[in-house]
Write a protein that binds this ligand. Structure first.
Ligand code: AKG
Ligand code: FE2
Length: 325
């Protein structure tokens, strides 16, 4: 989520990719329909590493209000946002602003983000911004609902890996949820780079993304080319993260993605919700997916706190590469 590489070229319009859609209503229907959808999940996680979910149970007004209040946060005067500004990646609430230093005009803001710990919400919410006045309520409501959605999704994901749906259930229930809200100001005509967040994979088991307008791009592993995603109104995008790649012993691959700024539609805001096991709990390849002869263990165990330490070490190698045996 925070590992970035420099990308100086302006991104051209790409071929839009049809996003695989998973209808969560099908998970609660008879076992035949459920098994069809579990097979689909396995295929999309193996081939693409991301998909869109519909009928996910989070009302559109909850998503819109969380995005709307987030927009208001980024519109606050800089000093209000800077209260949370820190280079310390261990901080549970942290605001950062990035500039395009390579631009001819001396560098406009290309992205601002606020990262906040969100589970258990009672523990963290008092440290969240209290401006705008509805921020805690609106973002808190969305955070709570997306966490429950993650619990349901994880049962289906475990099943799709051939594991028991309750595999790691308690750890997932007590797991960490980090919300990262990004704002990408519209780029001016003199901007050289329209990349808002450059190529990376997420550290999480699963990440959920909502946005007020399109801008997400993924590296399609089938032909190794960047594809843009069309706007996904109220349909959440789910991304496979590093810790799911690890847990699945490489069966599922974390998807490489980035986001671009618009030159027309104003500031783009996205809310990412990143779900992991508890901070110090190790994720390991599931024993059921390791077979010494045909499929040896491909990753070493790691925890969320290991990831955060890795991030603070300023290592250039992507975190997931450091875990490969
Ligand atoms: O803004 C987006 O669509 C992507 C954000 C993202 O990838 C991240 O915060 O890790
Ligand atoms: Fe990401």
């Amino acid at each position: 989520m925070e590992e970035e590489e420099k990308n100086l070229t302006k991104v051209s319009s790409l071929v839009p990719l049809e996003v695989p859609i998973v209808d969560l209503n099908h998970l609660t229907q008879n076992s035949q329909i459920r098994s069809i959808i579990i097979d689909k999940l396995r295929n999309v996680c193996q081939e693409m590493g991301f998909f869109q979910i519909i009928n996910h149970g989070i009302r559109s007004d909850v998503i819109e209000e969380a995005l709307g209040s987030s927009e208001k946060f980024f519109d606050l005067p800089t000093e209000d946002k800077n209260v949370f500004s820190s280079e310390d990646v261990h901080k549970p609430v942290r605001f950062m602003s990035f500039r395009n230093n390579d631009d001819v005009d001396g560098g406009e803001i290309s992205r601002e983000f606020i990262k906040i710990y969100a589970h258990p919400i009672q523990r963290w919410i008092d440290s969240w911004p209290h401006k705008p006045a509805d921020y805690r309520e609106k973002l808190g409501k969305y955070a709570t609902q997306v966490r429950l959605l993650n619990m349901n999704m994880m049962g289906a994901i475990m099943e799709s890996l051939g594991l028991c749906p309750n595999h790691l259930r308690e750890s997932i229930e007590q797991g960490m949820q980090i919300i990262a809200v990004n704002a990408y100001p519209q780029c001016s005509s003199s901007t050289i780079s329209s990349v808002g967040i450059s190529s990376h994979t997420d550290h999480s088991i699963l990440s959920f993304l909502v946005e007020n307008t399109s801008g997400l791009e993924v590296l399609d592993s089938r032909d190794n080319s960047w594809k843009s995603l069309l706007e996904t109104k109220n349909g959440l995008i789910v991304l496979v993260g590093n810790h799911l790649e690890l847990l699945s012993n490489g069966l599922y691959k974390s998807v490489v993605h980035r986001a671009v700024r618009s030159s027309q539609s104003g500031t783009r805001v996205s809310i990412g919700s990143f779900h992991s096991l508890p901070m110090d709990e190790m994720v390991e390849p599931a024993v059921e997916l390791v077979d010494r002869e045909n499929c040896p263990k491909r990753y070493r165990a790691s925890s969320l706190s290991d990831y955060i330490k890795y991030l603070s070490s300023k290592e250039v190698k992507p975190y997931i590469e450091s875990l490969k045996i």
